[in-house]
Design a protein around this ligand. Sequence first.
Ligand code: HOZ
Length: 426
Amino acid sequence: MSRSEILLQRACRVIPGGVNSPVRAFKSVGGTPPFIRSALGARVVDVDGREYVDYVGSWGPMIVGHAHPEVVEAVQKAAASGTSFGAPTEAEVLLAEGIVQQVPGVEMVRLVNSGTEATMSVLRLARAATGRDAILKFEGCYHGHGDSLLVKAGSGAATFGVPSSPGVPGALARETLTLPFNDLAAAEALFADQPGRIAAVIVEPVAGNMGCVPPVPGFLEGLRRLCSANGALLIFDEVMTGFRVALGGAQALYGITPDLTTLGKVIGGGLPLGAYGGRRDLMEQISPAGPVYQAGTLSGNPLATAAGLATLAIISRPGFFDRLTAETRRLGEGIGAVLTQAGIPHVGYQVGGMFGLFFTAREVVRDFDQAATSDLQRFNRWFHGMLERGIYLAPSQYEAGFLSSAHRREEIDQTLAAAREVAILL
Ligand code: HOZ
């Protein structure tokens, strides 16, 4: 028995499913997840000493690679000065200023501890600011595990076939309206049908929790227009895309400014940190500036802000995103060419430093139903074939992959060599 198998058995006795977040389990692909011992740059090493090129990147945050010396030094320095004060710090101000400077729609920002906290909090604000209760989200978009948002969510919920979780009060779920991603006509019809009811539209501007699905031209622009015309707020959930598809996130990449934005992952540089921000008049309604309550003992803590600041400093350097985008494209197109040569139907997308691959005979994937046409058996063979060859991909067809600046020619060539071997077994 491997050490990972032994640890999983022990874990399952004391942790539900043996993992602290469902997507880490190999439930849908079968087998035992490698328990990770350490990581450096683009590679992780498991407790059995096996090394993998890592395209999970802690599900997005590790954009400068694991244990980047500048991030490690910043965290060590911060830790030596105390790990939490429950009082304001200079680092919080610096990080907030950095976010405001880079993200077009963010004039003020509140730091929290996770993406889920950010999305839960931003919905409360949107409801308070509009005096309306209903929200519109898109099928297959995942906005964390808050009650209002765990309806037709992608990611783990889609992987495990849980469209909406038990325990979500029906009254709340009824206030969550859902439509297919990229379907602007449906959103127009819904607004026409329910005037004055919708507080906010929340969307992943590039869907990254049903695989990676970019917006079709006009979709985000149309949502912007619809929200403005109907007194609803447009929320971009950029927990995944923020500081990942471009320095200013998807809103900078596509030139659409939402009213509110949620952030997470990259801004914490691998430590727990999320944020929500947006128009000043809205954010000034947050307590103690305004009446909308939201709080957190560890919010903006010194370790997370140190890691976030160090990471933002690195990714702000000239050429960072050009190179990351080019390498991600080289990987995605390289895998695409290998699969085409092997006669395997597929659709692949890359945006900035994220990518997706669907084993489907469709020509395009635009929404969750189309993503769900993927051949899951083939995905499983792909996943395990790559893992056996030292390539660590997310264990679900419905997840995106992530590159870091530590992924160099060597890692990508190794990945493509593995893909060539696996493609003929699919
Ligand atoms: N958005 C990530 C998965 N799609 C979150 C990772 C997690 O849930 O653990």
